[in-house]
Design a protein around this ligand. Structure first.
Ligand code: GDP
Length: 448
């Protein structure tokens, strides 16, 4: 996700390393590079213009005075502007679905065929059921494709939600009304209505979904769109938004889109927030969208909040509590580091985790990345295994001769051991800062 943009931004920051401060000249140069990077990522032209203008104003303005290095100052400015263009940092609130107090709240899904609508209904049903303890009913208004109805039934069952079977001889409005009656009588909190998609924008389809919208008065009208379509994704969102009052956008297949232009453009062009992103075909491949976190991820600063959240969901709560206590007392040691490493392996989807780690923790970006990362974790565990219990508790004991012994024991070079120890140090420092809840500080520590 965002590979090219991330790499480009890293290069820009690197070239600024030797400079003492941001000047008119080096800012011009840097802006040209940022502009190219955004265009290459398939960001819409008006958005590229708006972004570069704002970055220029801010970079040359007072905000950078007193900052550490131009590279860091720049990353800070770019991070804030990327966040703003994706909807501002609403700390998760606006991203959440606004489900009315009156049950059932209706979520109407719109989008072109193949966008990932039906899959997203399944993901949302699972998300609402598991994370928000909602009783969810789904229904398909795609009377044109029996296979679509069957597909919705399958994903709904996988999500362990309820499915309302539609009769193809009924009209779309009759089906929706029948599902709504059923949901009311069976005390469902949420009714998700899947609709027919076409291959392109089609007048009849727009009329049909507009009529459904009038009849149902949904709490949320979500437009599902494939991020891999880049600017076309943004154009179709804009076209739908002109007919239907959308409340939000779900950007799917972000896992396959290395450019990420749609994520950066769609909010600015349509004025509607991205509420969720799809990051995989499976039903757990859905993430709540946070502009600030995404901006950090694009800049290779990592998305530590999501990482911690993901860890919290998958990791034994008791172990997490113990770890939190240790961090609080300031005695997070190499044994704990090892536990963290093995949990990383257990969490599965190592690639989705790696995406969220700051770039300096990520293995070089190539197809072997995953294997390398796994191999690296195994070697790190090997090094920790080669230490005595005392050394693991007090890594500062590891001076030259002990280091040689441990490195030989683990079959690695001393440099690799040093690298591991410094990663441990960074993690420890990061965790201390995370504990203090001071995200700004932590980010500062990771930049440059
Ligand atoms: P619909 O026609 O809009 O209902 O689209 P589907 O839900 O049938 O999805 C079309 C294809 O996209 C299917 O093969 C899905 O598995 C795939 N898909 C949907 N969402 C994602 C996603 O977030 N990531 C990936 N990689 N594939 C997805």
């Amino acid at each position: 996700m965002f590979d090219t943009l991330t790499q480009r931004m890293a290069r820009i920051v690197k070239t600024l390393r030797g400079e003492a401060r941001l000047t008119e000249a080096n800012t011009q140069q840097m802006l040209r590079e940022v502009r190219l990077a955004l265009l290459e990522a398939d960001v819409a032209l008006p958005v590229v213009r708006a972004l570069t203008t704002r970055i220029k104003e801010k970079a040359l303005g007072e905000e950078v005075i007193g900052n550490l290095t131009p590279g860091q100052a720049l990353v800070g400015v770019v991070q804030r502007e990327l966040t703003a263009v994706m909807g501002g940092d609403y700390a998760g609130q606006a991203a959440e679905l606004q489900l009315a107090v009156k049950a059932p709240a209706i979520i109407l899904m719109a989008g072109l065929q193949g966008a990932g609508k039906t899959t997203t209904v399944g993901k949302l049903a699972k998300f609402l059921r598991e994370k928000q303890k909602k009783k969810v009913l789904t229904v398909s208004c795609d009377i044109y494709r029996p296979a679509a109805i069957a597909q919705l039934k399958t994903v709904t069952e996988q999500a362990k939600a309820d499915f309302f079977p539609s009769q193809p001889e009924q009209s779309v409005l009759e089906i929706a009304q029948a599902a709504l009656d059923w949901a009311q009588r069976h005390y469902h909190d949420v009714l998700i209505v899947d609709t027919a998609g076409r291959l392109g924008i089609d007048e009849a389809m727009m009329q049909e979904i507009a009529a459904l919208h009038r009849a149902l008065n949904p709490a949320e009208t979500l437009f599902v769109v494939d991020a891999m379509l880049g600017q076309d994704a943004v154009n179709s969102a804009q076209a739908f938004n002109a007919t239907l009052p959308l409340t939000g956008i779900v950007l799917t297949k972000l896992d396959g889109d290395a450019r990420g232009g749609a994520a950066l453009s769609v909010r600015q062009i349509t004025g509607r927030p991205i509420k969720f992103v799809g990051v995989g075909e499976k039903l757990d491949g859905l993430e709540v969208f946070h502009p600030g976190r995404m901006a950090s991820r694009i800049l290779g600063m990592g998305d530590l909040f999501s990482l911690v959240e993901q860890a919290q969901h998958k990791v034994d709560i008791q172990a997490a509590q113990q770890l939190a206590n240790k961090v609080k007392k300031g005695d997070f040691n190499l044994d704990d580091f090892k536990t963290q490493l093995s949990q990383m392996k257990n969490m599965g989807g190592l690639s989705s985790l790696l995406d969220k780690l700051p770039s300096q923790f990520q293995a070089a970006s190539n197809p072997l990345k995953m294997n390398q990362a796994e191999g690296q974790i195994r070697r790190m565990e090997g090094m920790i295994n080669a230490m005595t219990p005392l050394e693991r508790k007090k890594p500062e004991l590891l001076k030259a001769s002990r280091k040689r012994r441990v490195a030989t024991g683990a079959g690695v070079q001393v440099q690799e051991l040093n690298r591991m120890l410094s990663q441990f140090d960074q993690m420890r420092t990061m965790m201390k800062k995370l504990k203090g809840g001071n995200m700004a500080n932590m980010m500062r520590g990771l930049k440059g």
